[in-house]
Design a protein around this ligand. Structure first.
Ligand code: ATP
Ligand code: MG
Length: 556
């Protein structure tokens, strides 16, 4: 392996060993979502892990919809899932599969088990089945149908397939061990009758395989070598192995479990997200406060930032939560050198430069990103009337306030030194206009005579700036305040969304399109909202502020 010096995660160690010992010759992974909702950051971890392993070992990665359960699945989710995975950059090439395409082979596999005396048709109701199952401390009881003959089982199973029975009337069970300490091995149901229309196979089938039976078959059919899933399936692994063994696959796939990714201060539960959408608290599954992949994309996260995040999280066998601030760290790192740094005023006050000619426009050539010259330059217009941010002015400044206040000189970024001479208030005592004079000799923001100013503030030209709406986000829930109320509902942060609709941005942003992002100097990273922004009324989402107290544990 290339990176021998870097410590290898436990999955890589298993794969290394399998390759070395000849259990497999190549690596073939898959991502198997159920098309029953939108993918979220946790799924991104699984996608990038599976795809990353295939790439690392020069193997293959399959995309497979696990659509064996016809009740919950919808075609619209199939499309959103595909789009999200493509956006993340995981490439399944021409290997897009649907588990439902294997229903025929799964049926044959069940017949094979029956013929081997390893499966039987049961007449027990769901309730009886529970009674017979026993408990963690007590062995189960044998199903009265357990010793049915192969012929009888074959006939009943065929009749199940042919629609002779109602839902729940008969099931097919694997014949394993009713006394197993592992409840999953106590003759689990592997096929059930369900008269339902399936989104892919229509009414062809009225029996459907159970997940634990179907999944190993799907993996084996596709030649998956390492079937990676999350920890809750650990107890199901003996059943996975049993299915693969009894069906005598030549190259049995191996199941490996890892811990799910949990994030603090976010909502991932589908039930809760659905409620937030229905109650109009968020504006859809892609509301930028959520962590579905669609939401992260809309907020302005990049595939690279998510990849960095997932890599920093690492792969583990024990469940834990990762701080949301780490995700923010990753997007800041990713955008730092990639995006232009532009000026935007979120809470404007007008500034008039009294000694600047009234109809003049000067264009300053500004470097887009001082740390990355490759991003080039742009021209920023300067005029007599400007806007600055309200928090950059104070009538009576405290000590160490170096921005604008009466009598103080500051630098207007990239432009001139200006000195505040006076200001005007409205009838409510709110400052509405600031009057300044500028020093023509400080052009470009450079000191003409060694004179120093301590504050540099951003601005936009009142004549040329574009009006915009900016949305600021905070976490929708706060772990420290408690995520849930006593009644089980979410304890929502009332400040999770702030809409500023009087903002001004530089005219250079005029041509920005959906998902384009920028650093607004001194304020953070912002992204053009894909749903609501129009060329006439631009809307920007704050991806993340510039500063954070967050320190990455390993990179400080
Ligand atoms: P549900 O079972 O409620 O549908 P799910 O999140 O398990 O939700 P799947 O479509 O079954 O949805 O998941 C697809 C794959 O993503 C599975 O392999 C699953 O283990 C993995 N996965 C799901 N959630 C996470 C998570 N939080 N972290 C890492 N992997 C996850
Ligand atoms: Mg699932």
């Amino acid at each position: 392996m290339e990176n021998d010096t870097v410590s290898r995660n436990f999955i890589e160690q298993i794969i290394d060993k399998d390759l070395a010992e000849g259990h497999c010759e190549t690596v073939h992974t898959r991502f198997p979502p159920e098309p029953n909702g939108y993918l979220h950051i946790g799924h991104a971890k699984s996608i990038l892990l599976n795809y990353g392993l295939a790439q690392e070992y020069g193997g293959l990665f399959n995309m497979r919809f696990d659509d064996t359960n016809p009740t919950k699945e919808k075609a619209e989710f199939v499309e959103s899932i595909k789009a999200d995975i493509k956006w993340l950059g995981a490439d399944w090439e021409d290997r897009l599969y649907f588990a439902s395409d294997y229903f025929g082979q799964m049926y044959e596999a069940a017949v094979k088990l029956i013929k081997k005396g390893k499966a039987y048709v049961s007449d027990l109701s769901a309730e009886q089945m529970r009674e017979y199952r026993g408990t963690l401390t007590e062995a189960g009881k044998d199903d009265p149908s357990r010793e049915r003959s192969v012929e009888e089982n074959l006939r009943f199973f065929e009749e199940m397939k042919d629609g002779k029975y109602q839902d729940g009337e008969k099931v097919l069970r694997a014949k394993i061990d009713m006394a197993s300490p592992n409840m999953n091995m106590r003759d689990p149901v592997i096929y059930r009758v369900a008269h339902m229309t399936h989104q892919n196979t229509g009414d062809t089938w009225c029996i459907y395989p159970m997940y634990d039976f179907a999944h190993p078959i799907e993996d084996a059919i596709e030649g998956i070598t390492h079937s990676i899933c999350t920890l809750e399936f650990e107890d199901h692994r003996p059943l996975y192995d049993w299915v693969v063994r009894e069906l005598e696959y030549e190259k049995p796939p191996k199941q490996i479990e890892f811990a799910k990714l949990y994030l603090t201060n976010v909502v991932t539960g589908k039930r809760y997200i659905k409620k937030l959408v229905e109650d109009g608290i968020v504006d859809g599954w892609d509301d930028p406060r959520l962590v579905s992949i669609a939401a992260l994309r809309r907020r302005g996260f990049t595939p690279e930032s998510i990849k960095m995040f997932v890599e920093l999280c690492g792969i583990s066998k024990s469940n834990s939560s990762v701080d949301y601030a780490m995700l923010e760290y990753c997007i800041r790192e990713d955008l730092k050198l990639k995006r232009a740094r532009v000026m935007a005023v979120l809470d404007p006050i007008k500034v008039i430069i009294d000694n600047y000619p009234e109809d003049e426009t000067e264009y300053f050539e500004v470097t887009n990103n001082m740390e990355n010259e490759a991003l080039g330059t742009r021209k920023v217009p300067f005029t007599r009337e400007l806007y600055i941010d309200r928090e950059d002015f104070m009538e009576e400044p405290p000590k160490k306030y170096f921005r604008m206040f009466p009598g103080n000189e500051v630098r207007l970024m990239h432009a001139y030194f200006v000195k505040c001479e006076s200001f005007i208030k409205d009838e409510n005592g709110r400052v509405v206009e600031i009057h300044c004079t500028y020093d023509p000799a400080s052009k470009g923001g450079n000191s003409p005579d060694g004179r120093k100013v301590k504050g540099t503030i951003h601005w936009v030209s009142a004549k040329y700036a574009k009006k915009a709406t900016v949305r600021l986000y905070e976490n929708i829930v706060d772990e420290e305040l408690g995520v849930y109320n006593e009644d089980g509902s979410l304890n929502l942060n009332p400040n999770s969304l702030t809409v500023l609709d009087q903002c001004y941005v530089e005219p250079s942003l005029e041509k920005a399109e959906a998902y384009d992002s920028f650093q607004f100097v001194r304020q953070g990273y912002f992204c053009v909202d894909a749903k609501d922004s129009t060329p006439e009324a631009m809307v920007f989402n704050r991806i993340v502020s510039l500063k954070s107290s967050y320190k990455l544990p390993s990179v400080q």
